[in-house]
Design a protein around this ligand. Structure first.
Ligand code: SF4
Length: 483
């Protein structure tokens, strides 16, 4: 019996004028690469290539999410009359690389012009540029209009500044985009930032509403089996796959967050709790980073909830800051600092990544929890990433490249432009202070304050020596001595 994605095997016949290449994290119907395509003369190229799941290891759920979202997007394009050349991962003639597949498509379809949106990774951009240099066809790489800040605008803002402080960038964004501003040009609520109010721990067992999860449809089931077959030794589990893979479901996930969790998101956004992987977080970063969801829609929805009195300013401002501030800032840093950024190691740390990062199996309860949910869901919220998995790597002296690659490999929302500055810069302080003004190092006491993890741990967060000394506390003091 056929499967719904069999339609993707149909080949585009004859020559085309323009070939629009759509990469796996560019599933944006408003993409400039798709603008003005003439279905009778032009075509779209989408490719599943092994290189993208193996250049660093990739969590099975992450690979499955990308492939399923790509297949749904390609089928939507076909239904809307586009001609799509779609290369599946297990096709016998698949070359396994993006450049190889673009080359093969160009030799068959002989387009006069190839167009694509700027990829989200220096490695991929370099590969496309190398290909374009030797190809006998014009190739245009266009700005990614999904983002709210054109890269030249960010570069202009960054020019001449001694340090790139996110807070200043964020205020500029608020003014420029006229978000949460009064008519007099002041911030709504009289303050720019409610960060201080957003650091509450849970006094008792929190009971957040369950987030909307999406059962795998036949296409997702098909790619889950494919991923298991093609990458049997890949890390992570796909059993609990529940991510949205279409624009429609991305919008439903956003609506669910706005209605049920946004109001409590702000105060508790830094808190953690045993066996509560999602708490009040939005879970929309995977669909934002695949471009299935427009950041403007996410922000507009949050502001609407604020105007309607359904969510307080501290939650709405906290969410808006993540989307128009931090996310855009991190991307600006990634492209402004250049490909060499990934090689920095200011604190001169060279340790290898402990094996338990891939399995979650350790005696440290905070890490068992934070890593265990990454293995199971490919997800952790920002404080787990910064202050547990990241903090441990920083204070234990792990090489910044090793931990950055782990983040890229293991989170379903990971794309290099977002994980590299967040990890190498914010978590590891390896960029010498471009992203963060200081290293975010903390002892076990911080984790004890912000979670209940320490209550079920064999270590004591207050002790730095002895049998039951908390490794976080020991390594924290060690970091201070080392530096
Ligand atoms: Fe983590 Fe230390 Fe607390 Fe154990 S005692 S949960 S290792 S911070």
């Amino acid at each position: 019996m056929g499967t719904p994605s069999d339609k993707l095997r149909a080949r585009v016949d004859g020559t085309v004028d323009r070939l629009a290449v759509v990469l796996g994290d560019q599933l944006d119907r408003e993409s400039p690469a798709l603008a003005d395509l003439d279905p009778s003369r032009d075509a779209v190229l989408m490719m599943e290539v092994a290189e993208e799941a193996t250049h660093v290891p990739s969590h099975k759920q992450r690979t499955a999410l990308f492939l399923s979202a790509m297949r749904h997007f390609a089928l939507e394009l076909l239904d809307d009359g586009y001609r799509v050349r779609y290369i599946k991962l297990d096709e016998p003639r698949n070359t396994g690389t993006l450049a190889g597949e673009v080359d093969r498509a160009v030799s068959i379809l002989t387009p006069a012009h190839v167009t694509l949106v700027q990829p989200g990774e220096h490695r991929v951009l370099a590969a496309i540029r190398r290909w374009a240099k030797r190809a006998s066809v014009d190739c245009t790489i266009q700005q990614d209009t999904h983002f709210l800040t054109p890269l030249d605008q960010f570069a202009e803002w960054a020019e001449g500044r001694k340090q790139l402080v996110m807070e200043y960038f964020y205020r500029e964004q608020r003014r420029r985009l006229d978000i949460l501003m009064t008519k007099q040009g002041k911030p709504r609520g009289e303050r720019w930032n409610y960060d201080k109010e957003n650091r509450e721990a849970f006094g008792e067992d929190p009971r957040p509403p369950k987030p909307m999860r999406f059962s795998p449809d036949r296409i997702t089931q098909e790619v889950i089996q494919l991923v298991d077959r093609q990458f049997p030794s890949a890390y992570g589990s796909v059993e609990d796959f529940g991510w949205p893979v279409t624009r429609r479901d991305a919008a439903r996930a956003l609506k669910d967050f706005l209605a049920k969790r946004l109001a409590h998101f702000g105060p508790h956004q830094d808190a953690m709790w045993t066996d509560q992987p999602f708490l009040y977080h939005s879970l929309i970063s995977p669909v934002l980073n695949l471009k299935l969801l427009d950041p403007q829609a996410a922000v507009a929805g949050a502001i609407e909830a604020f105007e309607a009195g359904d969510a307080p300013i501290q939650s709405v401002e906290g969410f808006v800051r993540q989307v128009i501030g931090w996310r855009e800032f991190i991307r600006g840093v990634y492209w402004t600092e250049g490909a060499e950024y990934g090689e920095r190691n200011t604190l001169q740390q060279f340790g290898s990544l402990p094996d338990f990062y891939w399995t979650g199996e350790t005696d440290m309860h905070c890490l068992t929890q934070s890593l265990g949910q990454v293995v199971r869901h490919g997800y952790g919220h920002h404080i787990q990433r910064l202050m547990v998995t990241g903090n441990f790597a920083l204070i234990a002296g792990i090489h910044p490249r090793a931990i950055s690659e782990w983040y890229l490999a293991m989170y379903v929302d990971a794309v290099d432009w977002v994980t590299l500055p967040n990890t190498l810069g914010m978590v590891m302080h390896a960029d010498g202070g471009v992203v963060g003004t200081k290293p975010y190092a903390a002892s076990g006491r911080y984790i004890q304050r912000m979670s209940n993890y320490c209550e079920s741990c064999r270590f004591n967060p207050g002790k730095r020596t002895g049998e039951d000394a908390c490794p976080f506390t020991t390594f924290y003091w060690d970091l201070l001595i080392r530096n």
